[in-house]
Design a protein. Sequence first.
Length: 82
Amino acid sequence: MSSHLQSVLREGKFALTAEVTPPLSADPADLLHKALPLRGLADAVNVTDGASARAHMDSVVAAAILVQNGIEPILQLTCRDR
């Protein structure tokens, strides 16, 4: 099964991605408040990791929440602190 982003790129179309920083809280509603407006506008949403070197919602968890809500994530991992 291919992703939406993969299909857009294979067709040679212009792909649009946006970036979401996981919230400082563990509340999925805080993430969705930022991400849901991007659904249908961006082909995929980058989920950053280790933003500002502050504790925040885990980026893998944030990506899973996006998938559950119809948003294709691109998970970015920062190896600095791993």
